[in-house]
Design a protein. Structure first.
Length: 67
């Protein structure tokens, strides 16, 4: 099953917690903002990182849907 990540760039404040909880999923730009908007994850082994990274964002900038 695929998971699609959406990042609301207007909410992202660069807390980087997504990347701490999901280092193999979430990427940050040079200023620490998440650039994984639109990313599709197919690897089942990364599923936990996707969800934990989403939940770790204090701004609720990340949403995940099953694609
Ligand atoms: Fe941004 Fe939230 Fe990650 S503020 S850098 S999406 S923890």
């Amino acid at each position: 099953m695929e998971l699609k990540i959406t990042v609301d760039r207007s909410k992202c404040s660069g807390h980087a917690r997504c990347a701490m909880k999901g280092p193999d999923v979430y990427e940050l730009d040079d200023e620490g903002f998440c650039i994984s908007d639109g990313k599709i994850v197919t690897d089942e082994s990364l599923r936990t990182q996707v969800i934990h990274g989403m939940k770790a964002c204090p701004e609720r900038a990340i949403s995940v849907i099953e694609a």
